[in-house]
Design a binder for this molecule. Structure first.
Ligand SMILES: NC(=O)c1ccc[n+]([C@@H]2O[C@H](COP(=O)([O-])OP(=O)(O)OC[C@H]3O[C@@H](n4cnc5c(N)ncnc54)[C@H](O)[C@@H]3O)[C@@H](O)[C@H]2O)c1
Ligand SMILES: O=C(O)C(=O)C[C@@H](O)[C@H](O)[C@H](O)COP(=O)(O)O
Ligand SMILES: [Zn+2]
Length: 361
């Protein structure tokens, strides 16, 4: 079993490996637990080996991330008389852990949560670092809270039923960690793309553990995303590729997986970085190659740039210029893999050009 410590003010551990879920009973430590999970995974709950469990079913995938699902969750927690001493377990993909985390953040102003992620994406990213929340029509993840788990159990056995498309989507966030912090991830995936996609392989566990280590290090240094100047970038670096990705997800009505949108977003971010931060042609090309090799999209069709551009205004990295009152976009970019910088207020024509280069029209 691999262990990664998330050294924030309330440190916790991420356990990675086959059988990690069996540690749940020890972490719950005799308290009552409410398991938040999609209907498709309910049959796996008996594996937890805990008797006093309330199950709160949520809709599958992104449909779970709505205010209505929260209202239902609060009702269920009340019906079950869940107290401050009880615990919530988020069991599922990133959509489930995002909503379970927010229920825990808000129930009685905050109770403990443990995440048992069941997708590659949730293991590598969503279950760690305490970002929780839901979507509203104005945009993705616009309502939420920072609420860290007390433990995360990444049981790789749970991944054996995961569809290939979901594995590829999760790999996108792992590749992101390669570009923003740990380029060894890129080498391992380029050298062994098929093994990286095989959730039973040692290569997969290596890149997963490396990505978790990147995420743990970044959130430990800047949990609340407050470190932010052009050259000193804290947690915002985890948003590499996400400004465009979140807009694509919304315009595709969440028919694209989060990692698929991230993949196109990373190509766009690489193009922007080429223009503004001197990222080499070679790394821009490598971005396309590595993502294509693992079966992720590198272009996006049918969405008009003007529509995506408008949606980007609600990105959380956007700021208002106090002098003009104008919305200023800020993108995470890279000088080279592992060296991040912010691209602030890029030229509108440059943005459209970079999008043209990753649009299939
Ligand atoms: N909080 C964060 O820091 C953070 C980080 C990254 C992504 N996210 C969010 O995570 C979400 C995406 O997460 P995701 O990709 O895990 O998607 P998801 O939660 O929608 O799950 C994807 C699909 O996989 C299925 N599934 C889950 N586990 C399975 C298993 N073991 N076997 C078979 N099928 C299984 C689900 O039922 C679902 O249909 C997005 O909403 C994204 O915004 C949050
Ligand atoms: O943990 C973070 O910080 C991230 O940005 C990780 C992202 O991969 C993730 O998609 C996150 O949900 C994006 O957050 P948002 O604040 O841009 O909505
Ligand atoms: Zn993401």
């Amino acid at each position: 079993m691999n262990l990664v410590e998330v050294a924030t003010t309330k440190p916790y551990r991420v356990r990675i490996g086959s059988g990690a879920v069996h540690e749940l009973a020890g972490l719950v430590a005799g308290r009552r637990a409410a398991v938040v999970c999609p209907q498709t995974l309910v049959h796996l709950v008996p594996r937890f080996g805990i008797d006093d469990l309330v199950v709160i079913e949520v809709p599958d995938a992104e449909a779970a991330k709505t205010p209505e699902v929260l209202v239902n969750g609060w009702r269920r927690l009340a019906e079950a008389n869940m107290t401050r001493g009880d615990i919530i377990v988020g069991f599922g993909g990133g959509a489930t852990t995002d909503v379970a985390g927010f229920l825990a953040a808000t129930w009685m102003r905050g109770i403990d949560v443990i995440h048992v992620p069941t997708t590659v994406l949730a293991m590598a990213d969503a279950a760690i670092g305490g970002k929780t929340g839901v979507n509203i029509p104005a945009g993705k993840n616009l309502v939420g809270a920072f609420h860290e788990p007390i433990g995360v159990l990444c049981d790789t056995e749970l991944l054996t039923t995961l569809p290939a498309r979901e594995v590829r989507s999760g790999l996108a966030e792992i590749v992101k960690c390669g570009f923003i912090k740990d380029p060894v991830i890129l080498d391992v995936i380029s050298n062994h793309p098929r093994l990286a996609l095989d959730v039973t392989s040692q290569t997969f566990v290596e890149v997963l553990t490396r990505a978790i280590t990147v995420k743990a290090g970044v959130v430990s240094a800047d949990l609340h995303e407050r470190t932010s100047s052009r050259e000193e970038v804290g947690r915002e670096r985890l948003n590499y590729g996400h400004t465009l990705a979140h807009a694509i997800e919304a315009h595709k009505h969440f028919t694209w997986r989060h990692g698929e949108a991230d993949a196109v977003g990373m190509v766009f971010a690489a193009e922007l970085s080429h223009r503004y931060l001197g990222l080499s042609d070679e790394v821009v090309a490598r971005t396309r190659t590595i993502l294509s090799e693992i079966g992720l999209p590198v272009t996006c069709d049918e969405i008009k740039w003007a529509d995506l551009r408008k949606t980007m205004n609600v990105d959380k990295k956007t700021r208002v210029d106090p002098q003009t009152g104008r919305q200023v976009l800020r993108f995470v970019g890279i000088h080279k893999p592992g060296q991040v910088a912010m691209i602030v207020d890029p030229d509108e024509a440059a943005l459209a050009e970079c999008y043209d280069r990753c649009s299939a029209r």
